[in-house]
Ligand binder design. Structure first.
Ligand SMILES: Cc1cc2nc3c(=O)[nH]c(=O)nc-3n(C[C@H](O)[C@H](O)[C@H](O)COP(=O)(O)OP(=O)(O)OC[C@H]3O[C@@H](n4cnc5c(N)ncnc54)[C@H](O)[C@@H]3O)c2cc1C
Length: 483
């Protein structure tokens, strides 16, 4: 076997957590290399081209919005630790988003990046519950940002604090859709982290979407001297004496590293260990099963011209009871998320040249995986129509013929697409329901970062990469001064 080098740190995966960890380590003079199986960086949050048109995967919105001058928020911490100036990441705020329940006479809560808008919406729709809602927001603010799970269930806490089932379901809907690794509930710390990220801090995006973020991260990494091997996954982790002895690459080379960070996921990393589960990352971390399909419709005009100019994100559910679970069928069209990226406040310089509407619904990874190639193609075609139709029920009406006329390109991804391009079993976007907050594994110098460490989303996964790099590589012997 060829030897392919020795590193202070090797990082498995060049998604957002891997890139952030790499930048942090390279800044402190560590010899670091990112090993990425695919040709593109970004993992769950990347982009691809079809017929010359570029599509984003992942990014609906960057959560954790913070205005310049804001201190101590997750986004400002990420920018400071990665030495990114606020101006380098030009962010545009959401216009308005809403949570809407029930198709005919919907219960609705609008929100913006100004939390008082949501407060006044709750006061309007649930006048008897506004004080309780404020108490919930206070409890969320008082919960420190941490990937450590709380023994308290979010549903249980909401029931006790709000005493209003519909409001409970409506608040859980965006939080579960933007971070629920388990079905129907999550622990209260995770709920608080996501409530803070989505509803208290809010949503924004760079004009160019995820490409702008990835370009910035890759430039920082390169400038700091980080190395990366694309199209070069890790096929095996060799262990000896309770430590990683070497990494075997897809190319057949073998590399060594003092410390290894893996963003591949807990179960996925365990599967790389020679000897399989005997050296696993922990028997209690099962593979996640919650996954989505998403349709993308590209329009020859701005969505505002169809009367769809008001909403940035719409979290919808067609009844008063919200089910966030793996459906028995291919897709659950009862609930979902609509994202209209044109409806961020791009200001006078203008926004995106084409209209884009994305609709996301829960999907069954097992059902999609069970289809023959031909049945898969047919299901994708039928699924595009049904997902789009279910989303359009929650937008101002547009005739089918008109919508078809203005649609210039479409695409759809399924749990299989996500699994193929990220390696996450079952296409589980939020990974295993059991997280590893300290990133610990059964090997002393192998640590998890990203989705299965427990900090989620674009900002969360970058923070996870930074935190794990700080704790497991930079805080070790010979740590650099002046961090
Ligand atoms: C459809 C969708 C919509 C989303 N929307 C949003 C949103 O609007 N806002 C938001 O904040 N977040 C969103 N997210 C979540 C966000 O994308 C993720 O939380 C985040 O990108 C996770 O980053 P990560 O680094 O932990 O993992 P990943 O992105 O999964 O990165 C892991 C990387 O490891 C690589 N890899 C795996 N195995 C190996 C191996 N053996 N060898 C080498 N490389 C390997 C993979 O190819 C991948 O590049 C969305 C995700 C999806 C899929």
């Amino acid at each position: 076997m060829k030897t392919g080098g020795h590193y202070d740190a090797a990082v498995i995966g060049a998604g957002l957590s891997g890139l952030a960890a790499g930048i942090r380590l390279a800044h402190f003079g560590k010899r670091v290399c990112l090993f990425e199986r695919h040709s593109a960086v970004g993992g769950l949050n990347s982009f691809y081209s079809i017929a010359g048109r570029r599509y984003d995967v992942g990014l609906h919105a960057l959560t954790n919005f913070a205005r310049s001058g804001g201190r101590g928020t997750p986004l400002t911490k990420v920018l400071r630790q990665l030495r990114i100036d606020r101006g380098e990441l030009e962010l545009f705020e959401q216009r308005r988003s809403r949570i809407t329940f029930g198709a005919r006479a919907p219960a609705e809560l609008a929100f913006t990046n100004d939390f008082s808008v949501l407060e006044s919406e709750v006061a309007r729709a649930f006048p008897g519950r506004i004080d309780r809602f404020r108490a919930l927001a206070e409890r969320v603010r008082a919960t420190p940002l941490s990937a450590e799970p709380s023994p308290v269930s979010a549903r249980g806490a909401l029931r006790e604090l709000l005493g209003e089932p519909l409001l409970e379901e409506m608040l859980l809907c965006p939080i579960l859709f933007y971070g629920g690794a388990a079905e129907n509930d999550m622990d209260f710390n995770r709920f608080a982290m996501l409530f803070q990220a989505v509803l208290l801090e809010g949503l924004s995006r760079p004009r160019e979407g995820i490409r702008a973020i990835l370009r910035l991260l890759v430039d920082k990494y390169r400038a700091a001297g980080g190395e990366r091997r694309m199209n070069c996954g890790v096929t095996r982790i060799r262990a000896q004496g309770g430590r990683v002895a070497s990494l075997v690459l897809d190319s057949g080379e073998e590399v060594t590293a003092v410390q290894v960070l893996s963003s591949a996921g807990a179960v996925e990393t365990a599967a790389l260990l020679e000897g399989g589960s005997a050296g696993g990352t922990g028997p209690e971390a099962p593979a996640g099963r919650v996954s989505f399909v998403e349709t993308i419709s590209v329009l020859d005009r701005q969505p505002a011209e169809l009367g769809w100019g008001a909403d940035t994100i719409v979290f919808f559910n067609d009844s008063e009871k919200f089910s966030y679970a793996v459906p028995p069928s291919l897709i659950d069209t009862r609930s979902g998320v609509i994202c209209i990226p044109n409806n961020f406040e791009f200001g006078p310089a203008g926004g995106l040249p084409e209209g884009v509407v994305r609709v996301t619904c829960l999907a069954s990874p097992e059902r999609w995986a069970g289809l023959s190639p031909e049945a898969y193609r047919e299901a994708k075609q039928a699924g595009y129509g049904s997902v789009l139709e279910c989303g359009r029920r929650f937008l101002p009406p547009v005739a089918d013929a008109e919508f078809s006329k203005v649609t210039v390109a479409t695409d759809m991804f399924t749990p299989l697409t996500i699994e193929r391009f990220t390696g996450h079993r079952n296409g589980a976007i939020y990974g295993s329901p059991v997280k590893s907050p300290r990133g610990a594994t059964t090997l002393q110098n192998l640590h998890l970062c990203g989705t299965d460490q427990g900090l989620l989303g674009i900002v969360g996964s970058m923070l996870s990469g930074i935190t794990m790099a700080n704790q497991h590589v930079l805080m070790g012997p010979g740590a650099p001064e002046g961090r």
